[in-house]
Design a protein around this ligand. Sequence first.
Ligand code: B1M
Length: 786
Amino acid sequence: MKITDELGFVLFDGAMGTILQEQNLLVPGELPELLNLSNPDEICEIHKRYVAVGCDVITTNTFGANAHKMKHCGIGVEEVISAAVRNAKAANPKYVALDIGPTGQLLAPMGTMTFCEAYDLFAQQVRAGAAAGADLILCETFSDLQEIRACVLAAKENCDLPVIATMTFTEDGRTFMGTDAMIAALTLSGLGVDALGVNCSLGPDALLPVVQDLVKYSPVPVLVQANAGLPCEHEGHTHYDIDAKAYAQSVKTLIEAGVRMVGGCCGTTPEYIREVGNILKEQKTPVVCTPVRQTVLCSATRAQVLDGKVTVIGERINPTGKKRLKEALRNHQMDYLIGEAIDQTKAGADVLDINVGLPELDEPAMMQEVVREVGAVTPLPLQIDSTDPIAIEAGVREFAGIALINSVNGKQETLDAILPIAKKYGSVVLGLTLDETGIPETAQERLQIAERILKAAQAYGIPKEKVMIDALVLTASAQQEQVMTTLETVRLVKEKLGLKTVLGVSNVSFGLPNRPLFNSMFLSAALGAGLDAPIMNPMAEESMKAIRCFRVCNCEDSAAADYIARYAEETPASVQNATGEKSLRSCILEGRAEEAARAVRELLKTQEPFKIIDENFIPALDEVGQGFEKGTLFLPQLMQSASAVKAAFDVIKESADGAETKSRGTVILATVKGDIHDIGKNIVKMMLENYGYTVIDLGRDVPPETVVTATKEYQAPLVGLSALMTTTVGGMKETIAALKEAGVPCKVMVGGAVLTPEYARMVGADFYAKDAREAVKIANELFERI
Ligand code: B1M
């Protein structure tokens, strides 16, 4: 029997690492997965303890068994995975789940690993697990929606086993990368997983709101493997603050909320699972839940629900009739496309159309790249627009979320080429009301095509809410009588089929003067007829005014708050300066790297580098940091801003190179262990170098021993340590203690946003520098004395 055939509750096991730690089997620096080979009996014994308390599913000890993490251990992934499956099977459970965790790397463009590389790592694990006889694949503890997509796709494309996918959420209801439970449920179920859910992060009580949303939106069973509360240290050991009985009682609430599969994560043991099993026996049958069905497009961080809301699809990234965009595509000027994406986002688009079809381009490759780059600078969902099924698949595969595919039409050939792609990736599909005979002249005939498209989609297993219809706008100048036919088709499609409608609005005014006026009037009429999603230029102010007015009438803009805020004083929202260039600060805020570099080059003509840093870099990063703290910006945007600062800073560095020749002394600089923030440290470095010091930059996330070794080697009288997080101030203390213990004759200067003079004293530093200028002052005074 397959796990997918189970109708009742399914009991998963609890933690493996917690027990390995208790039994002192974990060797620091060594992968726990290798214990499958070195200590198979102990691993099997742990599995048996879980089977003994009634677990249906035993999870293999393979969380990090991927070729990236194992590259230095000299043992193959297949060998470890087959031993792990063997150990699990030897415990004789009903099902063995092959456990797959994240790669441990950030995916491009934020990190260096590509989606394909992550996919290949997961695919190797999946094939090894399936060959060894696993019964299902469990992708777990993912924070990055794109990475779990790579894992799920690898599982679905490389074996026939059921696939379960769980993500890990923080207390604000989102993953570290900003994905919420609704987005996770819709995206993962769209990819066809057999169950989905949440694991790790928090205790079962704290997970309740996340679980409620998962159940609300998931059409497949929900799995919860919570931690035994929060970890606390006691006499050198880590404990969790919820005991087995309390854990099971909290799980009961989750079951009442509709959870069908339960187990445990960090801190849970067979004792916990036994108690959970008892609760399941008491409850007998799972609660029957009916998921909400609505049309939703989403990126990893933002969902656009179309029900009851007008959705603006920005049309600017489409080369048709746009000379400048064609040129940018031909010359591979990604910054131009990124600029278009950011401008449309700021102007109020809800979804962005991506069309990169030019005959001289490799469209699938370009589509993939543009989707990746645009996805990194805007949180908006994308519409993948092409006539080439290969380019469409390249786009939806790359996009982390639920994309809108533009388009299919009534031709059977198109339906058969595109609908399987929409089904596989869980995309929403847009159907044009035309077929082999062209565009019908009557609304009734267009409705019939829409109906055919809906039936075909449903035959491929695509639910009705994932089909939208484009009623097709013709030009008023050439086919005047067709304008009302389009509006009538919108009305009929909504009334008779209950589907969401789309129109490429600006076609209507082609060949007429004052197109903005005509477009906005037609748009208002179409919205009145029931149009849900106009494809339009969100920078066209007159049309956006019509949208905002309609949102008030449609009760979307509650108490007209947005309308009033925008139009009460009609102040221009422009961030451009007199020359039309973006200000450096807005480039950093928006994460425009190339433009930030250009803006710095311009500013350097009239301003000192440090004035540029103080007045632009730091305030912009502070603003980004505040947004991050408030939850209005997420890690990808933080990283995008950081890379814009890097590009701008590189320009400043170039301009400062070669300022001094003779060294005034050597300073060691490092951002301490556990901390990867290095922008501030790099500024301090540049400033010290400008003042004639030789700086040995040890980089970021630097362990204490590296600092000690380098300070001895260079006999540096001054060590500078930087830390940006409250959690890494401890690393600073450790480093200073290590220097003292090693008897290195040096002074230590510390800095970084989180530090204060009190903290500096507490960690044992000799000097505290609040900024880079003070760091130089301290160095000058010290080196003058020695
Ligand atoms: Co993150 N981050 N970040 N981040 N990040 C902060 C620090 C945070 C305060 C944001 C927030 O929540 N408001 C918060 C820390 C909260 C806390 O303290 N507990 C935070 C977090 C939580 C995180 C992550 C955990 C996010 C996550 O993954 N969920 C993660 C941490 C990963 C890790 O380190 N293990 C993370 C990651 C990142 C990015 C990679 C995206 C990026 C860093 C890129 C990079 O540095 N290469 C980033 C950024 C950019 C920030 C903010 C927005 C900006 C930091 C910065 O560069 N400031 C930051 C919020 C903020 O500080 N406003 C934030 C500008 C810089 C010039 O200032 O470094 O203070 P600063 O340097 C000044 C002075 O302090 C001094 O001189 C400099 C120039 O005047 N100075 C020294 C600095 N070092 C000195 C050394 C000296 C002397 C003076 O002597 C040796």
